[in-house]
Design a protein around this ligand. Structure first.
Ligand code: KIV
Ligand code: NA
Length: 265
C-alpha cells in the first residue's frame, strides 16, 4: 500500500481533488477508517469531549493524547496520522512546544501534529518544523480558546477578525505548515483563504471552497444525540442502532434466548 504523506495532500490540492479527513481515537475505529480509504486520520483533542466526557478540550493531557495516538497508529497502514497537541503543551513557548512535539512523535509513531492559533504560535511552528516534524495549523473557531471567545458561534464574520485570519493563514504557510484546518468561518472567507494559500485547507463548518473536509467521527456516525450544528452531516444513526442492539441483547439474556446451545461449549 502506498502511504499518504504531506506531499500527497499537496498533490491532491494541485490536482483539485478534495482531501478526506476524519477523527479517530482508538485502534479499532482507526483500522476501519484506514481500510475504508480515509486519507487523513486526526487524533483530535476532541477526545477530551467524546472519549473522556469533558465539556471542553482544555483538560486532556499530553499523556492522554499520547495513549490515543499510539492506539490509532497501530491500526493504520495507509492514512496520514495527524495528532493534536493539547492545550498547555505548546502555547507561547517554542522550547516547550518542541519538547511536547518530540514526545508525541517518539512515543506514538504519528506522522504529523496539529496546533491551534496563528501569529501567536508561529515561533513554535517554526521550531517544530525545523526539527523535521510536519505541522498542520488550525484557525477560526479554535476550541482550546473557547473561554476567550465565550461562545461556539461562527468566527471571523467581522472584517477585523477576517483580516487577522488571512494574516494568520499566510504566517502559518510561511512558517512551514503543510496544511491548515479552518473551523466554523464564513464559506466565502474560507474559499478566499484556500485560494490565497499554496498549502491545502481542511474545512469543518467552512463550506465547499476548502481543499478538504474533516468531521468528528462521533458526529458523522450519529453517536452523539445532543450535538447537531448545521455543519455536521449524519451518515449513520449509530445511537439508535446501538441502543436497539443493546436492548435486544438484554432481552435475550433475560429470556434465556442467549446463549443458545451452538453458542455454548
Ligand atoms: O479535535 C478535533 O476533532 C479537531 C477537528 C474538529 C478539526 O480539531
Ligand atoms: Na482539536
Amino acid at each position: 500500500i502506498k502511504r499518504v504523506t504531506t506531499h500527497t495532500l499537496q498533490k491532491l490540492k494541485a490536482a483539485g481533488e478534495k482531501i478526506s479527513m476524519l477523527t479517530a481515537y482508538d485502534y479499532s475505529f482507526a483500522r476501519l477508517f484506514d481500510q475504508a480509504g480515509m486519507e487523513v486520520i486526526l487524533v483530535g483533542d476532541s477526545a477530551s469531549n467524546v472519549m473522556a466526557g469533558h465539556e471542553t478540550t482544555l483538560p486532556i493531557t499530553l499523556d492522554q493524547m499520547i495513549y490515543h495516538a499510539a492506539s490509532v497508529v497501530r491500526g493504520v497502514k495507509r492514512a496520514l496520522v495527524v495528532v493534536d497537541l493539547p492545550f498547555g503543551s505548546y502555547q507561547s513557548n517554542p522550547e516547550l512546544a518542541l519538547a511536547s512535539a518530540v514526545r508525541m512523535m517518539k512515543e506514538t509513531g504519528a506522522h504529523a501534529l496539529k496546533l491551534e492559533g496563528g501569529v501567536e504560535i508561529v515561533d513554535a511552528v517554526k521550531k517544530i518544523v525545523g526539527a523535521g516534524i510536519p505541522v498542520m495549523g488550525h484557525l477560526g473557531l479554535t476550541p482550546q480558546s473557547i473561554y476567550k471567545f465565550g461562545t461556539y458561534t461562527v468566527r471571523a464574520k467581522q472584517d477585523a477578525e477576517a483580516e487577522k485570519l488571512k494574516t494568520d493563514a499566510l504566517a502559518l504557510e510561511a512558517a512551514g505548515a503543510f496544511a491548515t484546518v479552518l473551523e466554523k468561518i464564513p464559506a466565502a472567507l474560507a474559499k478566499e483563504v484556500s485560494q490565497s494559500l499554496s498549502i491545502p485547507t481542511i474545512g469543518i463548518g467552512a463550506g465547499e471552497g476548502c481543499d478538504g473536509q474533516v468531521l468528528v467521527m462521533h458526529d458523522m456516525l450519529g453517536i452523539n444525540q445532543d450535538f447537531h450544528p448545521r455543519f455536521v452531516r449524519k451518515y449513520l444513526d449509530l445511537q439508535t442502532q446501538i441502543t436497539g442492539a443493546v436492548q435486544t441483547y438484554i432481552k435475550d439474556i433475560k429470556s434465556g434466548a442467549f446463549p443458545s446451545s451452538e453458542e455454548s461449549y
